[in-house]
Design a protein around this ligand. Sequence first.
Ligand SMILES: Cc1ncc(COP(=O)(O)O)c(C=O)c1O
Length: 401
Amino acid sequence: MPLSFAPLMARFKASESTEAGARARALRAEGHHVVDFSIGEPDFPVPANVKEAIKQALDGDDTHYTNTGGTLELIDAVRAKLLRENGLEYGRDQIIIGSGAKSVMYHAFACTVGEGDEVIVPVPYWISYPNQVRIAGGTPVFVECGADGGFQLDVAAIEAAITPRTRWLVLNSPNNPTGAMLSDATLAELAEMLARHPHVLIMSDEIYEHLRYGGAVHRSIATLGEGIKARTLVVNGVSKSYAMTGLRIGYGAGPAELVKAMVKLQTQTTSCASSLGQAGAVAALNASHDDVAARRAVMAQRRDYLAQRLAGIPGLSVRAPEGSMYFFCDCRGLLGKTTPQGARLESDLDFVRYLLDQYKLVVIQGSAYGCPGFFRISFATSQENLEEGSARLRDACAALG
Ligand SMILES: Cc1ncc(COP(=O)(O)O)c(C=O)c1O
């Protein structure tokens, strides 16, 4: 008998970026030399002090349930980090530790979004936002903030999308997939606009905070006054800054009432984040930032190299990202062209499939992020892969007629 599933399973899609990674692994298993530009995690090992802290935690049998909302050590390390790096002061009851930033965001939506509620998601967006909102029963409301504006947010368009049912506005800076960062001017404009709509909460996903280049400064919208801070859930974690993706530790900082509800929900979902991951995250956050700075320098070199390699490829339009680990390339100039195999490229997905089939190069179609006509390249990979992948991309574009 075929299995039947709950209605919610029809409301959302599996993550396209996770699927792209699976395709790359499958092709590799068939013996192909694949270049994977879809990777959504730094390719570094976790820092040595984090490894040491996890080993010590294991040897000390720190392998039991922790407090549902996180260990006091990690909550205090997060508070110290937010004060030191972001100028944001929070009490212990305003911090929640979860199993990755993704889980923190999901719990926040699940606690606050009911049937018919709306969440404003600027486009392009990280794939999980609209899907998490749908799983929670709400409706994502998309607002175009496209390439023509340098992927800065269109504050007037966001305001026009606000209704009495709006629960959240989602912000993500540095941004996945565009690499754009919210400028001080845009942040100020947003804060001024949001003051007119006090019922809207703000989810500020700052997971790529430490991956920024060329002197770009990261500022959290929560620093723009107590009024805004009281309505903002700052979401961050150790996945990207410390290459701790598999250890699954993220955190949220925001209103105590919201945090309390999220902790209540966690009592029935995850129970707590991994005890060993939390021990590692304490070490990561409390350490000096030498590792973070050294890794950022490597990522900056890769970004500069790729910017130069992509610049001259006919049909592509590319701007170097200010932050995160992605180039979001405009391939609209290639649509309508024909491959050597005789197929006409009608969409970004056709182009991405052509790269995969003919050049064994994995990138992700912009339509997965709500932005057709673009594709995303991750530069979280080795210099060798950047050289080989950019050469394949150049050849693939040159072969189009
Ligand atoms: C914008 C953004 N937010 C959050 C996450 C998830 O981070 P975590 O590993 O902490 O769940 C990712 C991971 O790809 C991301 O790109």
